[in-house]
Design a protein around this ligand. Structure first.
Ligand code: NAD
Ligand code: ZN
Length: 356
């Protein structure tokens, strides 16, 4: 197990690797001011699969089991989680433990951010994607009109990432989460990208120690960006690489047909093609596409451009109605750029051809 520190305004530790869960008890005991009581909010599927481990390692006075995955991020589940906190009598010195993927983490984090105007919480991520979502303090639930539209910035007191959970993760969720690892490499570290391309030939057979190394790198990259810009005033927007077009694809597919990371991969290929045109990016995008296709990422898109454009216009990065994209000048050097709809349409058609 290894420890990293995230240098947010209030720094916190990320414990990552085998047996990290064994540290939770001590970690909670060491928190100052002393923790008065603990509510565990846990994804239903994770609880089913790992009940014994969870009961042994995550101390709690009360437990509320959240509906599986994205179904947790609703106003009604939020209200129930708040109810569980009130019934358990949590006070300002209490702690919430968030155990599950990004969805459980977002819901539990938002509950912690708003219970009595904010109490502490610990993230215990159980998916690959959650190496990203558990770090950085963005919490949110969805509204029927838009995903993540109700939320708060609220940093966790610690993140405990134990690899034992990953053994039960379906391959499709591994693929989805790994897209965000690749994103971290693309926006920050050409060497790391090369290592990923050299080592990862098949996501079914990814070597556990390499996976942990890659997750740790991803967390370090995210942590460094969060240190510079906790509240997304500037460089944090770079973490949105691949997400403008990706979110549009994900929303068009009705959130479910395509998973988040699967859509982000399509969005990253799109952003690479757009970068080649707008920033003279010197990168072999075709080779990259070949690699990700060999990992069974689908680059194919059915969505008509007009519908994706309408969705991209709702992106939180836009200013004065102009669509803004994170592009790459080179691997490791992102830049936020305004883009005209005509250019977006041109790249949409290039991507369609590449995806066939
Ligand atoms: P998820 O939380 O929906 O989990 C995916 C599925 O895997 C669910 O069905 C869940 O029950 C199951 N699962 C979780 N852990 C498992 C395990 N160890 N074994 C077997 N099954 C397991 O999905 P996700 O991809 O982890 O997260 C996606 C969410 O994260 C989205 O809501 C997205 O908006 C959010 N997100 C937040 C941030 C952030 O900064 N806060 C960043 C990226 C994504
Ligand atoms: Zn993402």
């Amino acid at each position: 197990m290894e420890r990293l520190t995230i240098h947010a305004a209030q720094p916190y530790e990320v414990l990552i690797g085998e047996h990290a869960l064994g540290e939770v008890n001590k970690l909670i005991q060491d928190l100052q001011p002393k923790v008065s009581s603990v509510l565990l909010l846990i994804d239903e599927k994770v609880y089913q699969l790992h009940q014994q481990t969870v009961e042994q390692n995550l101390p709690h006075d009360a437990l509320y089991v959240l509906p599986q995955g994205e179904k947790a991020k609703t106003f009604s589940v939020y209200e129930k989680a708040m109810g569980a906190a009130l019934e358990a009598g949590l006070d300002r010195h209490s702690l919430i433990i968030a155990c599950g993927g990004g969805a459980a983490g977002d819901l539990a984090g938002f509950t912690a951010a708003t219970y009595m105007r904010g109490i502490r919480y610990i993230q215990v991520p159980t998916t690959i994607l959650a190496h990203d979502s558990a770090v950085g303090g963005k919490t949110a639930i969805n509204h029927p009109f838009g995903k993540n539209m109700t939320g708060a910035f609220h940093q966790p007191s610690a993140v405990v990432y134990d690899s034992l959970f990953l053994s039960t993760l379906p391959l499709r969720e591994i693929r989805s989460g790994f897209a965000e690892v690749i994103k971290h490499a693309l926006i920050a570290d050409p060497e790391f990208l090369k290592e990923l391309i050299d080592h990862v030939k098949d996501l079914k057979e990814i070597d556990e120690s390499f996976l942990l190394y890659a997750l740790k790198k991803g967390i370090q990259i995210k942590g460094e960006i969060v240190r510079q810009d906790e509240r997304e005033q500037n460089v944090r927007a770079y973490l949105n690489f691949g997400h403008t077009y990706g979110h549009a694809v994900e929303a068009w597919s009705g959130f479910g047909d395509k998973l988040h990371g699967e859509s982000v991969m399509i969005g990253m290929v799109y952003a690479l093609l757009l970068s080649e045109r707008k920033t003279s990016l010197d990168f072999n995008t075709d080779e990259f596409i070949g690699w990700v296709k060999s990992l069974s990422y689908e680059i194919h898109i059915d969505a008509p451009f007009g519908e994706l454009l309408a969705l991209m216009k709702k992106d939180k990065k836009n200013l004065n109605q102009m669509i803004r994209f994170v592009l790459l000048k080179t691997v490791g050097q992102p830049v936020l750029t305004k883009v005209e709809p005509s250019e977006l349409e041109y790249i949409h058609h290039s991507l369609k051809r590449k995806g066939e």
